[in-house]
Each structure stands twice: as structure tokens, then as C-alpha cells.
Design a protein around this ligand. Sequence first.
Ligand code: ADP
Ligand code: MG
Length: 443
Amino acid sequence: MVDAIWAEALQRLRGTLSEQHFETWVAPLRAVAWNGAEVQLEVPNGFFRDWVKRYHLRAIEDAVRQVAGATAAVRLEVNRALDRPTTTPRPTSARPRAKRVEPAPPPGDPRYTFDTFVVGESNQVAHDAARAVAERPGTRFNPLFLYGGVGLGKTHLLKAVTCAAAAARGADKVLCLSAENFVNELIDALKRERMDAFRRRFRRIETLIVDDIQFLGGKVRSQEEFTHTFNALHGGGRQIILASDRAPHELPGIEDALRSRFASGLLVDVRPPDPALRLALVRRKALALWEAPEEAVIVFLADHWCENGRQLEGAIARVDAFATLSGRPVTIALAREALRAFTPVRTGRPTLDRIVGEVCLAFKVTRAEITSRRRTARVALPRQVAMYLCRRHTDVPLHTIGAGLGGRDHSTVVHGLAAIEGRLRDDGGLRAQVASLEARLTA
Ligand code: ADP
Ligand code: MG
């Protein structure tokens, strides 16, 4: 009985969750019992249970209720027997510590730790995932792939993992570098015929962290070498953490084999800060600098200068310099004056590709679905929303929008735009959803 209920519930969950979430969090669950009121599911460990509870329990309950009745409940139990890492870690061939003359400098930067990272709705998942791999490297979330726009804290999180992992397991077990450094070191090693040393360096660590992986785009030789490094580490049960400015399937110039490795673990997006996080971020950064800033200064910065952490830090630095130079206290008048000459930097207009990606995420449909011939409401609505957002936020002509959404012709796009504009007038929920998408796209 429990098998039948769960099989049916799984079918439904496949339709409501993204494939990535489904495969990572739902597929590993085991349904073990049904007592007429409650389905008991087994999870591999406590972390997994907490994660599912926090992010997916509602969807699971909904699916179970549709199958087993409106009052059915779901219980999650840990069964450690399920908790086998995907691969068994090999012990690293650690050099005896006594031999070391000087201790290696700590690889982390104390300014960028989990303690100094401000958590909100838009980065909670990324933060939790980063913490999880810092604590338990090389198990389930491998690789962890973080992606999102500039200044949203990806590098900060990578450095926080580096600090935490170095503190827990030794600085020589963690290596954090940018993809650009990887490429430069590779070129250098090739030139000096020191590839063995290059490879050895990467293969003795437990956690490899590579920032701005999009830099590998178009660099065939580097991708080849990175693939070897990746395979050697991953195959040996070591942890890999990557950050990128976009999702694997949107990265230009990356070989398919590498792209699919990027996407084979846990993919997490970091989104622009929501209003609550903006306020919290401004507070944290302003209080580190100023003793008692006016509340109006905080609100002003949060409203206008906090599309991301980098923009905020720039604005605060300008206000601070202005106050110091003029010998005046930091007031709202001063902050406005200091920033008047600067228009907030825009990170550029969104592309059709990015709009489609964001819409897919927001509506929980895949790219394959949104560009398919299918016309069910579940995919037709997000498709029309994507048309609408492309129309409003890009200069892309209608026929190109249609082409990008599965080869639809000009008149289909015109029709879709008319339909969505009508729905937006009548449907407040949809309006709110589109507004939040627009905020994200223009951040
Ligand atoms: P990214 O790598 O995503 O472009 P960074 O990690 O370099 O962004 O962040 C830019 C700046 O903003 C850094 O100084 C970082 O500390 C700060 N920042 C961004 N998000 C947060 C956050 N949630 N909490 C604290 N600082 C943040
Ligand atoms: Mg960065």
C-alpha cells in the first residue's frame, strides 16, 4: 500500500518540483510505512531531514494528500543505512606535520566568514548548502554549484567555507582559487613543463573551491585539464565547490561533458536581496563603520543603494569619505549629498536567455518544457510571462522572442502578449509574481 501511495505521490512531485530538486531531495527518500493516517519516509541523515522539512515538506505533503486523502500526514525518519556517500573518500597522503618548517598561512580571509555573512530569504539556501559542505565535505552535495549575479555574496560564501574547512581539517586540505588563477597556473606549468607538480597540488586536497568558473568558457585546454582534476577529486570522494555568474546550462563555451558534471550535484542560485535582507545588510555594514547612524540613512541606503553587497559597500565608502572630508556627522542630508552625483550602477539589461531562465525557476518549469509545443496552462503561462518580460526589458524583436521560446512565430508572440496583459489586469497574484521577477531581472 505504501509503495502505491508513494509511487503516485512521486509522479505528482515530479510535475511540481524542478528536476534538480526532485532528484536531489525527493528521489533518495524511501517510503517505508503507511498506517492509514501517516506515510513514513526515511532520509539518510539529520541534515537531509532538516533540509527536506524546510524546503520541500509542503510539496510532499500536498502530493501525498492528493493520493491518500486530505488529512494524510508525512513523517520523516533518519535511517543511517541510507547515508552512504556517493563515493568512498580515500585517505589523503598527508605529509607528516613535523616536517613542515613554517605553518601555511590560513587560506581563508577573516573578513569573509559565515559569521559575517548576513542571511535572508534570497541567499538562505546557498548559505545552508555552503555550511553543510564545510561541515561534511565529499558526501551528498558534490559538486556544490552556486550561481547568481554580481555582488550577491558568492565569493564571500566560498571564502567562508575555506575558513571553516581549514579550521576543521587543516589549511593544507583546502584549496580556494579563481578559475582565472587555475588557467594561469596551468599555462605556467605547461610552459615550464611542470604538469606533474601542477596535478599533484590539486590531487592531494580534500576540498577544492573554484570561483568564477565561467572564466573557463571557450578555453578548451583548460577545460580538459579541469575535467581531469574534477574527475580525480570527485572520484576520490573529495568535495568540489564552484561559483559562477550563471547556471551551468547557461554558461557559454563550456563543453557538454563538463557542463553536466557541474550540474551533477547540488545547484543553488543566490538571488538579489529582498527588502528585509537589504535592511539587515545595510545595518550590518553601516554599524561596522559608524557608531549611531540615523535610521533614515539606513533606510535610504537600503532603498536605493543595495541591489547587491558590492554596490552597498561602494555607497557606504563614499558617504564615509564625504563625512570625513567635510568633518560632518553622517546624516540623511549628508548621505544624499554624498551620493547625489552617482547614479546607482545597473548591472546591464537582462538577456532573453536570462529572462527565460528566471521565469523557469519562478514557475518551476524546465527550459525543455517552456520551449516545447505543449500548451497546458502550467507551461503556457510562464511562456507568456517570458514573452512579456522580454518585450519590456529587452530590444529583442518579436520574432526572435518567438524563436527563443521554441520556434514560435511573430503572431503567436503578439497573441501571447495580449493574453498576458489581460491576465495581469485581473490577477493580483500573477502581478506580484511578475513584479518580483522584474525586480530580480533589473537588479
Ligand atoms: P559575488 O562573488 O557574488 O560577486 P561577493 O561575495 O564578492 O559577491 O560580495 C560582494 C561584497 O558584498 C563582499 O564584500 C561581500 O562581503 C558583501 N556581501 C554580499 N552579500 C553579503 C551578505 N549576505 N552578507 C554580508 N556581506 C555580503
Ligand atoms: Mg565573486
